[in-house]
Design a protein around this ligand. Structure first.
Ligand code: ZN
Ligand code: ZN
Length: 346
């Protein structure tokens, strides 16, 4: 067996660039030479062991693109040399949920670059990764490898907007202007929203939010965000809100900003449990909607990125060789200001 270079989480908080065996190629799998792989917030939070989803040893990474190097014996529809990206979720295709099309809820769901009590699935911070053919998507000509490594977070934002009932000119609040929040804002801009209000603690992120389609940026350090949003909406509140963070404070702001009958879509879950203003939800007939990963949203996202309807270049803070990956992880872990997305090139 040949060996490849990979960035390996050898123990919690210790990443080493080293040789690993090439992935094993099953008969329904496609072997991909990885060209670009984004570092996700869940990798950064997960590497210290706090989430229980990155148990070492592990090659992390699930946002990537590359070129097909080899195909398994059953794979007739794809040839080596094809530029592709792939779903971060490997789903079974035969369980109750998969057969309804709810592949993101698959009972056998595995996420690339994750290891937990149930499974270990090596990811994309490596020269090669093997994925089943049914999660592959060919790339449009006009899109770069770096741009297509952004399709995974893009699909997470796209899915959240797609499952949120929206009427023309609705006012939307987006709490958290990190990568997902900024992509939610751009997707909302293409969806007929009226006023879009971003809420974040970092001024640089609020500036980026405005540049990418938000009408207003509110910083809870300076303003009472909920009171300001009420003012901007004739004292009524927003029609829809998105929490792209998942902490007590972000949920409180998102919920507090809504009008009666509004919809709150929950994407972030930094905390696994949060406090909920139950009475506000009940008496205001608020709809709470969880949104997990995506299902079937990749082709639309690839098209929107290729057409420039969703701009990913302003979100890419840096690209670096995979060999330098450990250093970039440290910078992200220490929350170096201004870093939105770092992409590694194996
Ligand atoms: Zn991710
Ligand atoms: Zn399934």
């Amino acid at each position: 067996m040949d060996r490849m270079k990979a960035l390996v989480l050898e123990e919690y908080n210790r990443l080493t660039y080293k040789e690993m065996p090439d992935p094993q190629l099953g008969s329904d799998d496609v072997l991909i030479r990885v060209k670009a792989a984004g570092i996700c917030g869940s990798d950064v939070h997960g590497m210290d062991g706090s989430t229980g989803r990155r148990i070492p040893p592990l090659i992390m990474g699930h946002e990537a693109s590359g070129v097909i190097a080899e195909v398994g014996s059953n794979v007739i529809q794809y040839q080596p040399g094809l530029r592709v990206t792939f779903d971060s979720t490997v789903y079974c295709g035969v369980c109750f949920y998969c057969r309804r099309g709810d592949i993101n809820l698959c009972d056998q769901r595995r996420v690339l670059g994750v290891s937990c009590d149930d499974y270990r699935q090596h990811g994309t911070f490596a020269e090669y990764v093997a994925v089943p053919r049914h999660v592959i998507y060919p790339l449009p000509d006009k899109i770069t490898f770096e741009q297509s490594a952004m399709v995974e977070p893009c699909s997470v934002a796209f899915h959240a907007v797609a499952i949120t009932p929206l009427s023309l000119n609705d006012t939307a609040v987006v709490v958290g202007a990190g990568i997902i929040g900024l992509l939610v804002i751009q997707t909302l801009r293409t969806s007929g929203c009226g006023q879009i209000i971003a809420v974040d603690l970092e001024p640089a992120r609020l500036a980026l939010a405005r540049q990418l389609g938000a009408d207003q940026g509110l910083n809870p350090n300076d303003d009472d965000a909920v009171a300001e949003i009420k003012k901007m909406t004739g004292n009524r509140g927003a029609d829809v809100a998105f929490d792209a963070v998942g902490l007590n404070a972000s949920l409180k702001t998102a919920l507090g900003s809504l009008r009666k009958g509004g919809v709150l879509t929950l994407i972030g879950n930094l905390k696994s449990e949060v406090e909920l203003a139950l009475q506000t939800v009940v008496t205001g007939e608020i709809t709470l909607r969880g949104s997990c990963a995506s299902r079937g949203d990749y082709p639309a996202c690839l098209d929107m990125i290729a057409r420039g309807a969703i701009k990913v270049d302003p979100l890419i803070s840096a690209t670096a060789p995979l060999a330098d990956g450990a250093r970039w992880f440290q910078r992200l872990y220490k929350k170096a200001p201004g870093l939105i997305k770092v992409i590694l090139n194996p």
